[in-house]
Design a protein. Structure first.
Length: 402
């Protein structure tokens, strides 16, 4: 059906505008009249030529999701019906993809579907955690509270994710620039010096000869080297998508000297935050652990949580199976044990999550501070070494002339 852009005024004189889907202009006017809006402008929106090409449509970001969740929670708390709230949010959002999605969700809810089931049809935006918590909120009559918790959870999870990305981006960019600079020197700069050295008619110093040989090899095989790198990246990505590949890569990451400890802290923070949010929302512990395992972000951690879930199903506490792994520190399992015995597990999990968020902050800052001098040393050593090697014959010739 066509989409109409409209502008109008309420009974109190407040100007509004938005978009709605209707069979024709007459139906659109009737819909707006039912909402007590006096239409001042109504025009059919031109069709988007790329609307059926999915990769050319904007993605629904976590920011879009947080804004939707918070506003929807406020509307429900104010007593607005679900369908009306979804309609308003669908018209207000500027993201075309999200707008279409919310309209489909609204239709499903109007057709008798629960909100959780309607959201579950769009797993790329509303994951299993979101859907299960909404289902718990609908069952318990606390949907507005659940949505507030979800918004806070998504914000904190995104903050944690951005910290890790920020810590990894800087060294990757520096190393990439260094490789590009070295490649340019090898292919374009050193051959100029090589022609000049050939006119000397004397043997080159060993460091210079090594650099010249490396330059000749790079210049002669640059296309093969680029092709080999592309093939390696492609094979690695394919391998990383396999079950055994994921497991082996994640196992290696956990054992890395610096990054391994950081990954464990991130895993603990994510596990406790997710589980705490679900337990406080009334989700059964076994279901909560199943969903938490899926959001672990590491196959090894996921297996640990699944093993813990199996042990809990047999009658053990949560802390007992977790204490037998090398992922969760003793302090974490002890605090979880205290939370279980006192009946305040959700509050204890939130405290652990807050503590490990701070730990991740400190670890990222320490890692960045340590990497900066190492990267400078790498840049100075590699590029400076090349420059010195190329100037050695000139220094030697100047000394002989002196």
């Amino acid at each position: 059906m066509p989409i109409y852009k409209w502008g109008g005024k309420t009974k109190k004189g407040r100007s509004l505008k938005g978009e709605l889907e209707a069979a024709d202009e007459r139906i659109a006017r009737i819909q707006l009249k039912k909402r007590s809006i006096q239409v001042t402008k109504l025009k059919q929106k031109p069709k988007d030529l790329f609307e059926n090409i999915s990769f050319m449509q904007p993605k629904v970001t976590k920011k879009d999701l947080v804004i939707f969740t918070r506003q929807f929670s406020t509307m429900i708390d104010a007593g607005l019906p679900l369908v009306q709230g979804l309609n308003i949010l669908g018209e207000q959002t500027e993201n075309k993809t999200f707008k279409i999605m919310l309209k489909r969700i609204t239709k499903d809810v109007e057709g008798g579907s629960t909100l959780a089931d309607a959201l579950g049809k769009h797993p790329k935006v509303f994951d299993s955690l979101f859907v299960h918590l909404v289902a718990a909120g609908e069952t318990g009559g606390i949907l507005d509270t659940i949505l507030q918790r979800l918004a806070a959870y998504i914000e904190k999870a995104e903050k944690l994710k951005s910290q890790i990305k920020g810590a990894m981006t800087y060294p990757i960019i520096v190393v990439a620039i260094a490789i590009i600079v070295i490649a340019v020197i090898m292919v374009f700069v050193i051959p100029v010096f090589q022609d000049m050295f050939a006119s000397f008619g004397k043997a080159l110093p060993v460091p210079t000869q090594v650099v010249v040989s490396m330059s000749e090899f790079t210049k002669g095989n640059i296309l093969y080297m680029i092709g080999g790198l592309i093939v390696f990246v492609w094979v690695f990505r394919r391998y990383a998508k396999t079950t055994s590949g994921k497991k082996n890569i994640d196992s290696v990451l956990l054992k890395l000297p610096i990054f391994g400890e950081l990954i464990k802290k991130v895993a603990v923070a994510r596990f406790t935050r997710t589980l705490g949010t679900m337990v406080s929302s009334g989700v059964p512990i076994l279901d909560a652990l199943e969903i938490t395992a899926k959001t672990a972000g590491n196959v090894i951690v996921e297996e640990v949580i699944h093993d813990a879930r199996s042990s809990i199903a047999e009658g053990q506490t949560i802390a007992e199976p977790l204490s037998e792994t090398n992922i969760f520190p003793g302090m974490v399992t002890q605090m979880i044990s205290v939370g279980e015995s006192t009946g305040a597990l959700d509050a204890m999990l939130e405290k652990i999550a807050d503590f490990y968020d701070d730990e991740v902050d400190a670890a990222v800052s320490a890692m960045t501070s340590m990497l900066e001098p190492l990267l400078m040393l790498f840049l100075g050593g590699s590029i400076g070494g090349l420059v010195i090697a190329m100037y050695l014959p000139i220094f030697k010739m100047a000394a002989a002339m002196g």
